[in-house]
Design a protein around this ligand. Structure first.
Ligand code: 4AD
Ligand code: MG
Length: 429
């Protein structure tokens, strides 16, 4: 029976077999040190020439980088080993000797690594990022299940836009026009009227010609939507949610954070409540810092970074001008030129990770917004129905998974946060 590297600690002093790949190797002529990986972790296998048969020694010698094998050995606890254990090798069964693995242990350029993304994923760094991404998803689901939310799935093929018409991916749906989903939100609003508190999680698509370290063409978004929740409560849920996810990663991914050399003191600080400033205050702050920005304009990445630097936690910017936000956001009843919305800006220059708002619940106001945004009322009839049949105050938000992974892992670019990134001019592999 096979053991995994993650489980060898349960077998100290015993002989185990692991299915693995050779990651790296050192040899002194009398001892070979095999760096082995199996996905669950890394371990060093030690082959001592004087202690194994000639056949086993030769098989171990033949192993090249990324060769696959079943390795048998006795588990030893070893404080100096990164995993805490070492394997004294007693058997080698080669599955395949890999020839000329293209990614060597030296540095490679980004384009080369992106062309070999299917192999690059095997590196310790990329493995760590994917493991943290997986933990973030697990923690998000757990938070929602602990707080009375139902998981509801939104369609990917949609007849209309949800977030403006400029970056839609068009396709044909037999004789009709269809678009890849930019957001599941509108469907989650319908689901919230049926189930109270819901969330969707799925890929979303934006045909944005942006080539920045924060933009993907295809990215994953988690989108909660809650009936009878107003703007204020929406923010409270968001700060609890984000703190919960960050603290879960700190608790369950210490090894991976270490591989990434992440400064975790900055993450330990991420606990609710988060600071809040209004859009007006943000504009004033930026103008005082000498940024060229006027009331009514949207923030650029340098603006967001400058604001985030003023705080040691994620910061909410609330009440943006109605003019620059989506059609569905509810105007502030006391000040209709701004909406009851907030963007959550991550620390350390990672920018906006959440966009959310209270939604318009009045059918007439929604109709006016359709007209203002040149959206056909006919196409959104079903969405209007939600306001005609038992409308209620409701709110929701969308968290971009990849920007969140980049922030928590401390990565320079979102391309490393998703297994197979879809970027401007990159669809391979
Ligand atoms: O601010 P956005 O556009 O909001 C919505 O789509 C709402 N319908 C969400 C809701 O209220 N249910 O996008 C939400 C988040 C952003 O804060 C950002 O983290 C991420 O999605 N995002 C992107 N991530 C990577 N690449 C892109 N091109 C992104 N566009 C948005
Ligand atoms: Mg946004």
């Amino acid at each position: 029976m096979l053991t995994t590297i993650a489980q060898v600690g349960q077998h100290v002093g015993q002989e185990v077999t692991i299915g693995c790949w050779l990651f790296n190797k050192r040899s002194s002529g009398k001892i070979q040190f095999l760096q082995l990986r199996d996905g669950s972790g890394f371990i060093q296998g030690v082959v001592v020439k004087a202690e194994v048969s000639e056949e086993i020694w030769d098989l171990a010698s033949q192993l090249t980088q990324e060769s696959s094998a079943y390795i048998k050995g006795i588990v030893r606890a070893d404080e100096r080993a990164p995993s805490g254990y070492e394997l004294t090798v007693t058997g080698v069964e080669v599955i395949q000797i890999a020839q000329d693995y293209p990614i060597s242990l030296k540095e490679h350029g980004v384009d080369f690594l992106m062309d070999h993304r299917h192999l690059w994923l095997r590196s310790p760094r990329q493995r760590a990022v994917m493991a943290i991404r997986s933990e973030i998803i697990r923690a998000m689901y757990q938070f929602f299940h602990e707080n009375g939310f139902y998981k509801v799935d939104a369609p990917i093929l949609t007849p209309t836009s949800a977030e403006g018409t400029t970056n839609l991916f068009h396709t044909k749906y037999f004789d009709e026009d269809a678009y890849l989903s930019q957001s599941g939100q509108l469907y989650m609003e319908a689901a919230a009227m049926a189930l109270g508190r819901v969330f969707s999680f799925g890929p979303t698509f934006r045909a944005e010609k942006s080539k920045t370290r924060r933009h993907l063409i295809e990215f994953w978004m988690i989108e909660p939507e809650m009936a009878f929740v107003d703007h204020e409560e929406n923010l409270r849920i968001q700060e609890q949610f984000v703190s919960y996810v960050v603290q879960s990663v700190l608790k369950n991914c210490q090894r991976e954070l270490k591989t990434l050399q992440r400064d975790t003191s900055k993450l330990e600080n991420v606990t609710a409540p988060f600071p809040r400033i209004s859009y007006d205050e943000a504009i004033q702050m930026l103008q005082e810092m000498g940024h060229e920005i006027k009331w009514g304009e949207d923030f650029g990445a340098p603006d967001e970074t400058a604001i985030a630097e003023r705080f040691d936690k994620p910061v909410f910017i609330t009440h943006y001008p109605t003019e620059i936000k989506a059609f569905y956001m509810k105007p502030d009843p006391n000040r209709p030129e701004v909406v009851l919305c907030a963007d959550l800006i991550a620390p350390e220059g990672y920018g906006e990770i959440i966009g959310g708002s209270q939604r318009i619940d009045d059918p007439e106001l929604l109709q006016q917004r359709f007209a203002k945004h040149d959206l056909s009322e006919e196409a959104y009839q079903w969405y209007l129905d939600l306001r005609k049949y038992g409308t209620v105050p409701h709110s929701g938000f969308g968290l971009g998974l990849e920007r969140t992974v980049a922030w928590i892992c401390g990565l320079d670019h979102v391309r490393e946060t998703i297994p197979f990134p879809r970027l401007l001019y990159r669809l391979y592999p």
